[in-house]
Design a protein around this ligand. Structure first.
Ligand code: ZN
Length: 695
């Protein structure tokens, strides 16, 4: 293969995506792995315990490989094909094993410890020290500092945990596939909306009922998320909801796919691993590298939120019971009130009764060009940056992809981003995300400016009609743009800590969730909406409903998240796997405190809790609430200054830019937050936004 014409090997910072194809992947990655391995080994032999002698080369040593691998990963998301997938998986193991070896390097670890303990330390700034400290801790948590039998045991635990996590998710997958109910009578699917019926008919066709149609069935209801959720929300047949609900909470809890033994083993091994690394338990290990820092901080927060929402949760439940009693036309309930399989259904009826806004009918009011115009105007108003179209300045992977540059007050370009706005089901992953394309760094010949990928899945334009968005899609765009701002408006020159890099993961959702709040700010709302043909504004009533819907059953939603968060902490802190109490006992105790309805004896929800047993959220589920506290409190700084006061909003906006957005991972997120807010975070704003505290 001709390396000269391989876009992944070119000197350009961003590869020529249009020229990039699957056959470039293998040869480029093989060559870059070899190059990186050689350079890394020579660094291990020659490193000096100084910033320039160790940390700078550590940043640059895999630069070519990481950019190429990042570009390949990006292409998998936006221009997927069988060939690309094959090429990627053919070299994935080699890339992973190189990175594992690098992360486990004892000479590099020893060098960093020598740097921390040596004379050069005094010459490092705070951000550099934090990078070194965190890297040392990361290496220690990866077992690098262990020796002899401990090291061997650690490695064995890691391998077994990796296997158990795969087994856990395979069991969930298999158990999900193994259960379904096929309904043939229209009365059995009464209440389901057209989209759910179409989904259920498609499910039936896949299982051999070739003639299944949305109108006439048969309809197959499965344990897949969308199928379960829509059935529990809409199906009038209570007995069938009960059957589905029970099957769902017992997923992967019996027979060949029983996850209960896996849970016990995983918790045992996590406890043993924590002990090897000198932590009391796994929750202490997990929180030690997060913004929270310690388990009691997490418990304090969750308890505070629980105390603030339990009474309101009871009131919401009573209100729902009353609503159900007043509306027998929707269906019957037991004399003693709603059961687990009723709550979703009646909540949805109540929501429709109070706030229903037809999400589809709003689309014409949110044409993408108008939304972008309003979003960019907001960025200018808050952060004094100008966003300009720069299509043609960078290579793209599809003709619909846009490129923009960000210019600061002095007129200098400081960053750029791609926007890939529309869905392309044949080749593009669903959902929306922001990713790091180029990170700001001064470690190379010229200062590298950050470039971000913003990827959404909106409806493509048709003829003269622009892409029309739902309000939810608009919120998602604001969310991803918030991540992008933190990546792009960084002023940190050290590539280890610029932008979103090196930020504790319970703090990364701060800027993204913060930006979502602006969708409900009236001037911003007006600036992003307007009928694409007539320019007509949305009626006040709609804005009012969208706003009011934010607090709908907010206490119940909060309590549900607290149930997960407290259970997750409970089984990773002070719990003895294999002892008298089971994880289900822990969950039942939590549920008794968080819910009006007690936990059902059959409930084995934990057997399907992928986040904490097969994802990265072990003793970290609380992060969702943690970050919400931060983002709500950050937005409250603007509310306090007065959202109607242009100059006050601008002043707070500049401060947000200069702290949260500018300092990246070079400072502890608590210090950054305090620099912005002048105090520690408070739950007050989140509770107020949820309607749980007086405004
Ligand atoms: Zn996010």
């Amino acid at each position: 293969m001709d390396t000269a014409n391989n876009p992944l090997l070119s000197d350009d910072l961003i590869p020529d995506f249009a020229a990039l194809s699957a056959e470039h992947v293998g040869p480029a990655v093989a060559l870059l792995i070899e190059e990186t391995r050689k350079d890394f080994e020579s660094l291990e032999g020659s490193l000096e315990p100084t910033w320039d002698g160790l940390m700078v080369p550590l940043e640059t040593v895999d630069d070519r490989l990481s950019r190429a691998w990042g570009a390949i990963g990006h292409m998998l998301g936006v221009r997927n094909s069988d060939k690309l997938r094959e090429a990627h998986s053919a070299c994935q193991a080699d890339v992973v094993s190189l990175y594992t070896a690098m992360a486990q390097s004892r000479p590099v670890y020893d060098g960093m410890v020598a740097l921390r303990d040596g004379d050069a330390w005094a010459g490092l700034d705070e951000g550099q020290r934090r990078v070194v400290d965190k890297a040392i801790r990361g290496a220690e948590l990866a077992g690098v500092a262990l020796d002899g039998a401990d090291k061997e045991r650690f490695t064995a635990i890691q391998l077994e945990l990796a296997k158990l996590s795969t087994d856990f998710s395979n069991n969930v997958l298999d158990a999900t596939k193994a259960w379904s109910m096929t309904l043939k009578e229209p009365a059995e699917v009464e209440g389901l909306p057209a989209t759910a019926l179409a989904l259920a008919a498609a499910g039936a066709r896949r299982e051999g009922a070739e003639d299944a149609t949305a109108e006439d069935g048969p309809w197959r209801i499965s344990l897949d998320g969308p199928s379960v959720q829509s059935f529990l929300k809409h199906a009038k047949r209570r007995d069938l909801r009960k059957k589905l609900y029970l099957a769902y909470v017992q997923r992967a809890s019996s027979g060949d796919t029983d996850n209960a033994p896996n849970i016990e083993r995983i918790l045992q091994l996590r406890q043993e691993k924590a002990a090897l690394l000198r932590f009391d338990d796994y929750a202490s290990l997990s929180t030690s590298r997060k913004m929270a820092g310690a388990v009691d901080r997490v418990q304090d927060l969750l308890e505070e939120l629980l105390a603030a929402s339990s009474e309101a949760g009871k009131r919401e439940f009573d209100g729902l019971n009353a609503f159900a009693a007043e509306h027998p036309e929707f269906g019957a309930v037991d004399a003693d009130g709603l059961k687990h399989w009723d709550v979703g259904f009646w909540s949805e009826r109540l929501r429709e009764d109070r706030y229903d806004v037809d999400a589809e009918a709003l689309r014409p009011y949110f044409p993408l060009p108008r939304v972008l115009e309003g979003l960019f105007a907001l960025a200018k108003r808050l952060f004094a940056v100008t966003i300009e179209a720069a299509d043609g300045d960078a290579p793209t992977w599809h003709e619909d992809v846009r490129f923009f540059r960000i210019v600061d007050e002095s007129g200098a370009q400081t960053a750029a981003f791609y926007l890939d706005p529309y869905s392309r089901p044949a080749e593009k992953r669903g959902g929306a995300w922001m990713d790091d394309c180029v990170g700001r760094s001064a470690a190379f010949e010229t200062l590298r400016l950050p470039v971000a990928y913003l990827v959404c899945n909106g409806t493509p334009p048709v003829e003269d009609q622009p892409s029309l968005m739902t309000f939810r899609e608009v919120e998602t765009l604001f969310h991803e743009f918030g991540h992008g701002l933190q990546h792009m408006l960084t002023r940190v020159d050290d590539g280890h800590a610029s932008g979103i890099r090196n930020i504790e993961w319970d703090a990364v959702e701060l800027p993204s969730q913060f930006m979502e709040n602006w969708c409900y700010d009236r001037p911003t709302f007006d600036a992003i909406s307007g009928h694409w043909q007539t320019g007509e504004a949305l009626p006040d009533e709609i804005f009012g409903k969208l706003n009011a819907a934010r607090t709908f059953r907010a206490a119940s939603g909060m309590l549900r998240q607290l149930t997960f968060g407290l259970t997750d902490i409970g089984i990773h802190h002070g719990f003895v796997p294999g002892g008298d109490r089971t994880v289900f006992d822990v969950q039942a105790d939590v549920v008794a405190r968080t819910s009006v309805l007690p936990m059902l004896a059959e409930d084995r929800f934990l057997c399907g809790f992928l986040h904490i047993f097969a994802g990265g959220y072990a003793a970290g589920y609380y992060s969702y609430k943690w970050a919400e506290v931060l983002s709500a409190d950050a937005f409250a700084a603007f509310e306090e200054a007065g959202l109607d006061d242009e100059s006050a909003v601008a002043e707070v906006g500049r401060r947000f830019r200069d702290t949260v957005l500018a300092r990246g991972g070079a400072e502890h997120p608590l210090a950054v937050f305090k620099a912005f807010r002048g105090r520690e975070p408070s739950t007050e704003a989140l509770l107020r936004h949820c309607g749980l505290r007086a405004a």
